[in-house]
Ligand binder design. Sequence first.
Ligand code: GAL
Length: 376
Amino acid sequence: MSQAWKKSAIAMVAAGALVGSLAACSTERDAGSESTEGAGTVEETLVGIAMPTKSLERWNRDGAHLEELLGEAGFETSLQYADNKVDQQITQLENMINQGADILVIASIDGTALAPTLEQAAEAGITVIAYDRLINDTPNVDYYATFDNYGVGTMQGEFIAETLDLAGGAGPFNLEPFAGSPDDNNAKFFFAGAWDVLSEYVDSGQLVVPSGKAPASNDDWQSIGVQGWSSDTAQSEMENRLNSFYAGGTKVDVVLSPNDSLALGIAQALEGNGYAPGPDYPVLTGQDADQANVLNMIAGKQSMSVWKDTRTLGDQVATMIQQIVDGETVEVNDEETYDNGVKVVPTYLLPPQVITPENVDVLTESGFYAAEDLGL
Ligand code: GAL
């Protein structure tokens, strides 16, 4: 992690709205209602932070920032990474519950697998915040904090439409669409946002999908999903499509990739198939502004990424934790979108931002990366 990034995290802590001794969380709630009481001090409050994996760059930043922010504010924290293994994450959560956690912040691996564990959390009076990924099929998730996931997909779809001038009738272009991990609720929203922009151009014939892997509807997104957001799996899938449907000179013009880890594998497959940066290089989307992908954008191997300043997500979650501990109303800004199959989870949505080679300075000026991190 870049030093600049750590310095800015500490600076944010110093300027943060978090204050010292406050009532802590000893919440009693019936299923489906949010915790509303706090009694104790920050120092007595243990926050369990469950992150999915270290193998995807962004989660290392998420966990480190939240741990640092809460630690600086006086909370006790337990940060765990589960190597993208659902059973491991469940065990970690059970351990946090047994350690007496007051609040759990969970970036789930499989959002449909935690209901029994969260039943235990509810019985222990623990407040649960779903972090960036919605947890489904349980009343025992109190809040959700994330970025506008549908908006992320819309940005990807609109970038493709504008770059290719689809509204102006341009085409036909060869498109290969990808979607995220089938067990990640966010991936459904990323795909829907993009496909709600692009599907009309598939219907009109301006976008052609030579592999045939065009989902019939938004609900069919898992048919092109990449398990665990794996770069290797995305690379293999793109290689298979190139070898099977792009022989004899047919070229791919645009690839919808929902995030940067998939885009990294897809760019490797394109390079291995003879595609080089330049006017004929496909439009390739992404998300997370991972360092390797920003470097690829600068090198002309990726067209855009959707930046979610994960520091602001950590800041918002820390503010929610402070409000829970204070027994205050927890601030949310979306109480309609995120139905988890049992209830609509009160949510705080943060805005994402498009990054292209033309505005990577947004990342350095904000301190998210140091210029030297990007070879600038
Ligand atoms: C999603 C997350 C994205 C993407 C992916 C891989 O749930 O919202 O930022 O990076 O996980 O970690």
